[in-house]
Ligand binder design. Structure first.
Ligand code: DGL
Length: 229
């Protein structure tokens, strides 16, 4: 039976794994994360590629034929390199859903939350210039969100209460409120850590903006590959 490997710097990619398991519950999966080097967002592309490849090799040795780079930053730094070097593996990468946001905006203003590494990658720049050249794109490096998500208990935001929750609302609100004030009606979660904060982001948006989380779309794509094996 085909095994599907998932890799992220930390817990972020679990939202992709969970979305995949919810539509393919019997799939054999392996999830690896690089907790020793997390976060990746401010590291150089070379560094991220080196770390990522080490885990990809481990997943290949474990028998994975489909490997999901469940991290926008690691995808930006390494997906082309990995596809060339390991042609027998089917790689799935993550990139901010700016195309969807550009198509659906009514205010002509979209916001993308991601890491510095993702914004600097060729993939993001090309997609942006291809699909959003006439759109006002507000780019926000939200590295602090990655750190907050890594600190959450296993139950995620549902497991925190009181002061802890209030503090997290404040941290998230400081990034989201200015985007709403600037007229953004689409907020793209361009890092796999951010869907872990989705309920908070949506509550802050209070329907003034749509939060775009591509986890389910990516999961459906993995399932197509999985069925074809
Ligand atoms: N989940 C990674 C991403 O999608 C996290 C980035 C980090 O480790 O800084 O970009």
């Amino acid at each position: 039976m085909t095994k599907v490997g998932f890799f992220d710097s930390g817990v972020g990619g679990r939202c992709i794994l969970n979305a995949f398991l919810s539509i393919c519950p019997d799939a054999k999966t392996i999830y690896l994360s690089d907790s020793a080097h997390c976060p990746y967002g401010n590291r150089t592309a070379n560094e991220v590629r080196t770390f990522t490849e080490k885990f990809v090799v481990e997943l290949i040795y474990s028998g994975c034929e489909i490997i999901v780079i469940a991290c926008n930053t690691a995808t930006a730094a390494s997906i082309e390199y990995l596809r060339k070097k390991y042609p027998s593996i089917k790689f799935v990468g993550l990139e901010p859903a700016i195309k969807t946001a550009a198509k659906e905006t009514r205010t002509n203003t979209v916001a993308v939350l991601a890491t510095q590494g993702t914004f600097e990658g060729r993939l993001y720049k090309e997609t942006k210039s291809q699909y959003a050249s006439n759109i006002n794109v507000i780019e926000v490096v939200a590295q602090d969100f990655v750190v907050e998500v890594e600190k959450l208990p296993p139950g995620g935001i549902a497991a925190i209460t009181g002061e802890q929750k209030e503090r997290l609302y404040k941290v998230v609100g400081e990034k989201i409120n200015p985007l709403l004030a600037a007229g953004a009606d689409m907020i793209v979660l361009g890092c796999t850590h951010f869907p872990h904060l989705k309920d908070i982001i949506e509550n802050i948006c209070n329907k003034r903006a749509q939060v775009i989380d591509s986890s389910e779309a990516v999961a459906r794509h993995i399932m197509e590959l999985y069925k074809c094996q």
